[in-house]
Design a protein around this ligand. Sequence first.
Ligand SMILES: [Zn+2]
Length: 411
Amino acid sequence: MSDSALLTIDRERFQEDFDTLSSFGATAEGGVNRPAFSAAHRAARRWFAGRAEEAGLVVHVDGASNHSASLTFPGAEKTLVIGSHLDSVPTGGRFDGAYGVLAALEVLRRVKEAGLQLSVNLMAIDFTDEESHYVEFLGSRAFTGVLPLAELQTPHAAPMREAIAGLGLDLEAMAGSGRDAREFAGYLELHIEQGPRLINSSTDIGIVESIVGLRFSRLVFTGQADHAGTTPMEIRRNAGLGAAAFTLALHELLDTDFPNCVGNVGNMAFTPGVTNVVSRQVTVDFEFRFPDEQQGDALEAVIEDRIASIAEQFDLEFEITPTGRARSAQTDPALQRAVGDAAERLGLSAMTMHSGAGHDAQIMSAFTPACVIFIPSVGGISHNPAEFSTREDCENGANVLLQTVLSQSGG
Ligand SMILES: [Zn+2]
């Protein structure tokens, strides 16, 4: 084992940077509001790029606005990518994504300061719109060349097109920012668990073996607008009934028949949306998640059947449009072992686990060997301002990331 085996992060700098990063889009509740392309998100990214430049790293922004910092070595042919995302859900916490990007930056800084000559180049990346505020995994799908231009031109992507107006981005450059997989040696992502398993079992590090698959859809029930006072109840074709019945049915069928899957109705829009008119149309945005594609297909078929029978029951028409999907993914066994070995060298406990949250790593895993490292989330809380991981756990995770990187690059 080389001396660098025990190289660790600069704890003070890491904590100070984390506090600074948390100030971009900070909310009164103690979280952050940094949806992709918002002013706060762009400010956080500029800060990241500035910190990387101060450290002597080479900053690059691609056509999909993925921000990266690179450290290259003479003779190294491939690049090991490490990163996560700086965007958040509107009511997000400080740790989700931001922690992993900052840890990636810190790893590159430490390697550079230590004067190590590695056999692979390193890239710390902040992927665009991981939270799929506009387009499902926009940044990582663009990076891996699986974001079709046509998808960016759909009505569903209209809010994204509005959000990027004036930012110097264009759709063709976004879809065209795919890289060649042969340039890369792998992808590592450090992230908070967003669930309670590590904290409940007092385990320091989670080694993610598999990542949940997810499918987002938009369901539109259409009935008929009528006077809400004069139309007899029995002849109403109220689209709101379909939406309500579907919300309950989704919960019920997941609860009884698909114990390994989860689903959620996240938004409904009523047309015309006034109380004295029977709802003519309701748009329902929903998602479901599953551990493997077979269960995903089975669940999707049952959901579609149920929607058809609800439509029949209430005399409605319906249309289902997929709005995003990510395949379930297995991470790379060699990287899993490397993470476990790194944790052991640092005297930390580790366990393998499944990720119920989506991550850019599941997109990257189809492109290059990938793995995700988890640290404990207090209370398992995430996508919430109360999201929290202890300073010690954050440092432990960053050190495991650093040691794993060194193990993959001859450091
Ligand atoms: Zn995240």
